[in-house]
Design a protein around this ligand. Structure first.
Ligand code: ARG
Length: 276
């Protein structure tokens, strides 16, 4: 099925990297001996935010908490589908306080929240495409969380197994280009998945964009799409060319400072999906 790219306006939650640093290592991108520049991180983050706003999207922010440097990766803070918030429950102690912090933001803003019992890292591993949720496992999110979110949301959940530690969250290996029902499309990096999960992706998305090693290595798959405009790392040149060929509009935004923590544009962006 060929999908004609079409934009729909989105609602995002982001967290300014005021306290950005790499002080612990929980993924292979992080090196705590390397210099990090919080003011450069803030500058890049503001450009990302302004890019979303210039595309007509609504951006809300949560206050950063000192001592939680990874809070900038808002995508991990929760999963919001049909206006319902499924909280994050982080694998590593360093990030565990982020779950309640994000859940409190949603509760304070009038959302119905469901406190997760199972370990899951929000939209880092749970991506909404059409009527299904694609859910990663292998490094961070437990498979039991896939069952839990299926129960909570009533959605079909497709479990995908990640096998390369560099692509430890689903959103580092797979980008949702079209999420509206009838216009589902994804881009992904096949070597990040187990054989069975690759086969599942091929079956569900026979026409998917297949990313190159070069795209994946700059976390180019950690992209944010509104159905037409795709905010993507500038280094993902093969991906950008393929997107253009299919009628998408790539918007390169440099998030290189945030890559030192193992994240890109999508990691910084939690989508708030209203009930439909
Ligand atoms: N340092 C963070 C971690 O390892 C990076 C999270 C990136 N977020 C994402 N959605 N992939 O947990």
């Amino acid at each position: 099925m060929t999908v004609t790219p079409r934009a729909t306006s989105r609602h995002y939650l982001m967290c300014e990297p005021t306290h950005y640093t790499v002080s612990y290592e929980i993924n292979p991108w992080m090196d705590s001996t390397r210099y990090t520049d919080a003011s450069l991180a803030v500058q890049q983050w503001r450009t990302l935010r302004e890019t979303f706003e210039s595309l007509g999207h609504v951006v809300e922010t949560i206050d950063p908490i000192p001592g939680l440097p990874d809070m900038v990766y808002a995508a991990n803070g929760a999963t919001v589908v049909d206006g319902l918030v499924y909280s994050a429950r982080f694998r590593y102690p360093e990030r565990q306080p982020e779950g309640p912090a994000y859940e409190k933001w949603f509760a304070d803003h009038g959302y119905v929240t469901h406190t997760a019992e199972q370990v899951n890292e929000g939209e880092g591993d749970i991506l909404s495409v059409g009527d299904v949720l694609l859910a990663g496992t292998g490094f961070r999110t437990d498979r039991a969380a896939h069952d839990e979110i299926a129960r909570v949301t009533g959605r079909e959940v497709v479990s995908l197994e990640l096998v390369d530690p560099h692509y430890y969250h689903l959103d580092t290996a797979l980008a949702v280009l079209g999420s509206e029902p009838g216009a589902e499309q994804v881009a992904y990096y096949p070597p990040a998945f187990s054989d069975a999960s690759r086969a599942e992706l091929e079956r569900r998305f026979p026409d998917a964009v297949v990313a190159s090693e070069r795209d994946a290595a700059c976390l180019g798959l950690n992209a944010v799409s509104d159905g037409l405009n795709v905010v993507v790392a500038p280094g993902a040149v093969d991906l950008a060319a393929q997107l253009t060929e299919r009628g998408y509009r790539p918007h390169p935004v440099d998030t290189s400072e945030l890559l030192k923590g193992g994240g890109g544009a999508k990691c910084c962006t939690l989508e708030i999906r209203a009930a439909r």
